[in-house]
Design a binder for this molecule. Structure first.
Ligand SMILES: *Cc1c(COP(=O)(O)O)cnc(C)c1O
Length: 453
């Protein structure tokens, strides 16, 4: 390697890229970043971008929050690392578990820590397999999720993820069943009302349970709003229709709140926004405001009691990660929860959500935007070639990638997902920054639609 080589060339030579469109990288180069300021990120050439995706949904307090950075520094000085095995754990871990149950929708419960959202979903599946086997139902192993769901990338969580791209890995594993995505605009049939659509999905769930056998199903996992599926809020009444069916067959309902948790939808939990009661919550991303890799499985009181009883019977739960309950991650999560809930961040989401929606509605007047959808601080615009028939653009045109690239050129980071553009800015975003986001996106939309229409 020579000093003359660019950052972009060095990145491309030595790094294996994940979830990256390689032709775009070869053509445009890698954006190599050095630091951030509030909701902005800065690259090695000093270019600033408004990151309307909060990094990857997670940097909700922005990129230079002093309180969070101070909390990390203080904990590194005090106790920079420890595990949670063999009956030992840090004081920060004890405090975070108390805090998570306090802010959860549960009266009591227990928490298990991981390093990521994928591992938290993986852990939850293992908890369910372990629990059912311990209670004398070892055949209860199948997992129900939905098409378009995103639950992570480990072999099990990728099997739960409902995306065709996992076929290259020979996934999903057997026993992972995907139900219809609750997106009425796209999957509602000709002449079908939203209510009829929801009834059809409820019927599909019940028929699937009966066909597979209720006694073979370990659990049902759902994101309150599908995030990486393209910001898909559930059809109206969806959770109210499916929750009673899951209860009837005694199937645990797990809410994957990795994106929705801690204020993204305008309430602490997405389950609150959509009025359902899960048996467990999966958290990550916002949990540490993205300043430390960490995930958590939060079990409701009754489920935690059953799991604890099962553990007592065999005396040990043989599962855990070296960094489970890491003291720095826990100290940071405690601070992040305080910052989001008590320092005005969650409040800001609530306050600006109507303005966000108004801006999206206006952008959706564009004849090539078929739908705008979202809630709180997570929204998407879906591009279409023909609005009345909802006909998408030819995939070879890469319309959403082009919009995202044109936005990047204008100093705005937003994400292409299928034919949609996703906006999920940090919770600290101001009115002026929101206007900047809409202005830049509007120019990018106009430019790209003029090219392809
Ligand atoms: C990101 C995400 C995950 C996976 O989290 P990682 O930390 O990337 O493993 C799981 N579920 C949802 C809903 C997510 O958005």
């Amino acid at each position: 390697m020579t000093a003359a080589q660019s950052w972009e060339a060095r990145a491309e030579e030595y790094s294996l890229y994940g979830f990256t469109d390689m032709p775009s990288v070869h053509e445009r180069g890698t954006v190599v970043l050095t630091h951030g300021e509030g909701p902005y990120i800065v690259d090695v050439h000093g270019r600033r971008y408004l990151d309307a995706n909060s990094g990857l949904w997670n940097m909700v307090a922005g990129f230079d929050h002093k309180g969070l950075i101070d909390a990390v520094k203080a904990q590194y000085e005090r106790f920079p690392g420890y595990h949670s095995f063999f009956g030992r754990m840090s004081d920060q871990t004890v405090m975070l578990s108390e805090k998570l149950i306090e802010v959860s929708p549960f009266d009591s419960g227990r928490v298990f820590y991981t390093n990521s959202g994928s591992e938290a979903n993986d852990t939850m599946v293992k908890i369910l397999w372990f629990l059912h086997a311990s209670e004398g139902r070892p055949q209860r192993r199948k997992i129900l999720t939905r098409w378009n769901a995103y639950h992570g990338v480990t072999a099990v969580s990728a099997s739960m993820t409902g995306k065709p791209y996992n076929e290259v890995f020979g996934l999903p594993l057997p026993g992972f069943i995907h139900l219809t995505c609750p997106h009425y605009w796209r999957f509602g049939e000709e002449g079908e009302t939203e209510e009829q659509f929801v009834q059809r999905l409820a019927k599909e769930l019940e028929e699937t349970i009966q066909k597979e056998g209720a006694d073979t199903i370990a659990g049902f996992f759902a994101e309150p709003v599908m995030g990486a599926g393209g910001v898909i809020p559930p059809a109206k009444g969806y959770f109210q229709a499916i929750e009673p069916i899951l209860r009837k067959y005694d199937i645990p309902l797990v809410s994957d709140e990795v994106i929705c948790g801690f204020g993204r939808t305008g309430n602490t939990w997405g389950a609150q926004t959509y009025g359902f009661t899960p048996d467990a919550i999966i958290s990550s991303k916002n949990l540490t405001a993205g300043y430390f890799p960490m995930g958590a499985v939060i079990l409701s009181g009754p489920l935690a009691q059953r799991v604890q009883d099962a553990i007592e019977r065999i005396e040990e739960f043989p599962h855990g990660f070296t960094a489970s309950g890491h003291p720095v991650g826990c100290a940071l999560a405690l601070k992040a929860i305080d910052v989001v809930m008590n320092e005005g961040l969650a409040e800001n989401v609530k306050r600006l959500a109507p303005r966000f929606e108004a801006g999206m509605k206006e952008l959706a007047e564009n004849p090539n935007i078929g739908e705008y959808r979202g809630v709180g601080f997570m929204w998407a615009l879906e591009a279409v070639r023909d609005k009345p028939t909802k006909t998408p653009f030819d995939a070879s045109l890469s319309v959403s990638e082009r919009i995202a690239n044109a936005s990047t050129d204008a100093g705005l980071i937003c994400r292409p997902l299928g034919q949609s553009i996703v906006l999920c800015p940090p919770f600290i975003m101001t009115e002026a920054q929101m206007d900047e986001m809409f202005d830049k996106l509007n120019s990018a939309l106009k430019k790209v639609f003029a090219e392809v229409a």
